[in-house]
Design a protein around this ligand. Structure first.
Ligand code: ZN
Length: 177
C-alpha cells in the first residue's frame, strides 16, 4: 500500500465486525504505529514481518493500556460500545499489525512476511509473471479492495452506532423514576 490510509479499509471493516472481541482503537491505530517504521527508515524492515511485527503489536497493546479511558471517551463520542482489558489490547495490537503486514506484503517487494525466511515474497506469489505492469495491476486491485472494504466498514459503522443508540435509549427508558 502506498500509504497508511488504505489500511483503514480492511482494518476498519474487520475491526468493526469483530469489535466484541477486538479493541477497535488499538487495532486501527496499529496501522499508524507500524508505518512509523517506513517514515523513519524509508523501507519495510523488521517491524513489517509476522514475527517481529507481533512483538511490535504486543508492545503497542501494552503501551495503549493506560490510554483505555481516553479510547472509551472516543468510542462514546462515535457512539460505539467499548469494553477492553490488557489481554484484549495486546491481542488486538498483534492482529492489527499482522493484517497490515499481510496487505503490505501483497504490494511491496521489500516486505519479508516470513522473516527470518528472506526468500518468501507474497507479492511474487500473487503477481504472475512478475513484471512492472503486473505489479502496478496488483497494486491497483489491492487498493480497490481496500476502498470497497472502507465503504463496507462505513455501512457496518452506521448499523453498529444505530443499534448502540437504540440500546442506550431503551436502557434509559427502563430506569424507573
Ligand atoms: Zn506499512
Amino acid at each position: 500500500m502506498p500509504f497508511t490510509p488504505y489500511h483503514f479499509g480492511p482494518s476498519g471493516f474487520l475491526g468493526l465486525l469483530l469489535r466484541r472481541w477486538i479493541d477497535l482503537p488499538v487495532f486501527l491505530l496499529a496501522n499508524v504505529i507500524l508505518d512509523l517504521e517506513v517514515l523513519i527508515t524509508h523501507q519495510h524492515a523488521y517491524a513489517h514481518t509476522l514475527l517481529l511485527g507481533a512483538a511490535v503489536g504486543a508492545l503497542w497493546g501494552l503501551a495503549a493500556y493506560p490510554l483505555r479511558r481516553f479510547f472509551k471517551r472516543g468510542m462514546d463520542f462515535v457512539r460505539l460500545p467499548y469494553k477492553t482489558g490488557l489481554v484484549k489490547m495486546i491481542v488486538s495490537g498483534i492482529l492489527g499489525v499482522w493484517l497490515h503486514v499481510l496487505f503490505d506484503a501483497m504490494v511491496h517487494y521489500d516486505v519479508r512476511l516470513l522473516w527470518p525466511n528472506k526468500k518468501f515474497m507474497l507479492m511474487r506469489l500473487i503477481t504472475k509473471p512478475l513484471s512492472r505492469a503486473n505489479m502496478i495491476a496488483t497494486n491497483e486491485r489491492v487498493e480497490l479492495a481496500c476502498m470497497i472494504l472502507l465503504g463496507l466498514a462505513a455501512v457496518v459503522y452506521v448499523v453498529s452506532a444505530a443499534l448502540y443508540i437504540k440500546c442506550q435509549r431503551r436502557a434509559k427508558d427502563n430506569i424507573p423514576n
